[in-house]
Design a protein around this ligand. Structure first.
Ligand code: ADP
Ligand code: 5GP
Length: 197
């Protein structure tokens, strides 16, 4: 069976990446979301095993030392990582995989997996980003400040990505993401690997 494709999505915190990924997963068949491990405490509506695998710092460090992560990074003061086993078992079964990871993680994935498709999502402006992050109401003033400070650094990595989508209107941004996945699935190599006379 042909191997699936790996889609990496990054964006500054508050851009709407989680919202878009959730919509994408509902509308696009045959794509699995890779649930990351994190040392960040869960938010109110988050469910362990669905949004993240919430783990202690000790457990996270053990996983790092056992080489269990395809990539990992410290983001806004917490550790986040992608389990290699989870990703490769899906890809080998011919399914596509969606990673919602930061720019440091995307860089590591590109090195280890050059065929990955990297998509950067931008807010319409930095002012809109700040407004969305404040309206989400999940961060206290200090954590909000850190996220906004990091946002300015993260957007500088956008030119390293294959595609850039601007999340102004959600339905349009979703269509852009779907178009990227659709085009990737229509590559000659992928279509012909499944086509039989
Ligand atoms: P991220 O995962 O990038 O941190 P979220 O998906 O949590 O961002 O979105 C941040 C906030 O912005 C949420 O409250 C979400 O409902 C809102 N949001 C997302 N996309 C848009 C959009 N296109 N226009 C206005 N608000 C949006
Ligand atoms: P949040 O705390 O808002 O859920 O996520 C903060 C940042 O961590 C986001 O940029 C998100 O993409 C990133 N992130 C989530 N999971 C991973 C992961 O497994 N690896 C890396 N490198 N970043 C991640």
């Amino acid at each position: 069976m042909a191997q699936g494709d790996l889609f990496v999505i990054s964006a500054p915190s508050g851009t709407g990446k989680t919202t878009l990924c959730e919509m994408l997963l509902k509308e696009v068949p045959d794509i699995d979301f890779s649930v990351s491990h994190t040392t960040r405490p869960p938010r109110k509506n988050e469910v362990d095993g669905r949004d993240y695998h919430f783990v202690s710092r000790m457990k996270f460090d053990e996983m790092v030392s056992r080489g269990e992560f395809l990539e990992w990074a410290t983001v806004h003061g917490n550790c986040y990582g992608t389990s290699s086993r989870e990703v490769f078992s899906c890809l080998e079964a011919g399914r596509d995989v969606l990673l919602d990871i930061d720019v440091q993680g995307a860089r590591q994935v590109r090195e280890r997996f050059p065929g990955a498709v990297l998509v950067f999502i931008l807010p319409p402006s930095m002012a809109a980003l700040e407004e969305r992050l404040r309206a989400r109401g999940t961060e206290d003033a200090e954590r909000l400040r850190i996220r906004l400070e990091n946002a300015g650094l993260e957007v500088r990595s956008a030119p390293d990505y294959d595609y850039v989508v601007i999340n102004d209107e959600l339905p349009r941004a979703l269509e852009d993401l779907k178009a990227i996945i659709r085009a990737r699935r229509l590559r000659a190599q992928r279509v012909l690997s499944k086509w039989k006379i």
